[in-house]
Design a protein around this ligand. Sequence first.
Ligand code: NAD
Length: 367
Amino acid sequence: MSEFPFADEFGPARVEHLYEPSIGLQAVVVVDNVAAGPSIGGVRMAPDVSARECFRLARAMTWKNAAAGLAHGGGKSVIFADPGMPIADKERLVRAFAALVHDVHDYIPGPDMGTDETCMAWVRDEIGRAVGLPRALGGIPLDEIGATGFGLAIAVDVAAAHCGLELNGARIAVQGFGAVGKHAARFLAERGTVLVAAADIAGTIADPNGLDVAALIAVKAGGGRVVDAPFGEKLAREAVLDVDCDILIPAARPDILTVDNAKHVRARLVAQGANIPASVDAEHVLYERGILSVPDFIANAGGVICAAVEYHGGSEAAAFAEIEDKISRNVATVLERSRDLAVPPRSAAQAMAEERVRAAMGYRRWR
Ligand code: NAD
């Protein structure tokens, strides 16, 4: 236990270090809690992620999957390597990894940073199980259809009603105009919102009268940056966080909302698209300022809900229906509990997820 001093009543159930020296494969897989069913979690390829970090990511999946009411626990794996290696080397490494997780039956691999649907096709070819597969293998390409962005739009819809914000005409700002952010902007525009600012790694583009979402998506699809769009005012990258808006969607990377910049957020509602975009203290600042913040693992569960539907043989239409059903009910439950108990939404969400894992554990022989 010394390497996992953070092991607790929930897990991890299993930690495997995997080595195949002949091709330089080093990997770790963490199966955290499987009370609700076999774990689903991404395969991350990165040179610098520790086993401890892998555990933390697996635990986050336990909460996300439980909160979403999926018949799956949480897991994660890391292949310690540079994801930019030549494709033939990558295929050899991913296939070797797959062969070594063959017997880790309670782990279902999915795509994550450094891996994609092609990698998952190799994994499925080796061991017969993986999610996030190409369409040709019956997969539902979740980033292409915007599963997580769609879930965020649903979360915003429910949360806006909760805080008395009219969605039609609401001004939104999106940090990170990638797979999550651009689809969130698209689905919200269909609900009448106005995109007043969007940022990517190169900068922010803003217009208080509204940016053309479809045109901005086209700029990105052509390999451009948001600041390449022939409209809007070009601002510094971080400016997106304090533009005047009603709804802020951080959908870029972890830890971007700090105690300092949370004081300047001008939105009434924050919907967390990225994983852990705000520190605990930053969330507290938002809460004290009366800004409603929907926690990441509630708001951005669309992708994993889609993956679970795919795993159980469901269609794209079924995935959208499941995302809408689960996220709308969860956001409503979390925000009602938060209000009734006078606690931040994250505390309410965490308590709900733990309750669900405990309930599932109650049906197991060992608990
Ligand atoms: P992506 O790579 O498609 O897009 C990320 C975008 O963020 C890019 O446009 C990039 O330029 C921009 N960006 C990076 N750093 C930035 C910064 N400092 N300021 C402004 N923009 C910045 O990634 P994605 O799949 O959209 O994922 C975004 C986040 O959401 C990640 O934290 C990811 O872990 C999380 N997430 C993704 C999914 C999913 O289904 N893809 C599901 C749950 C959570």
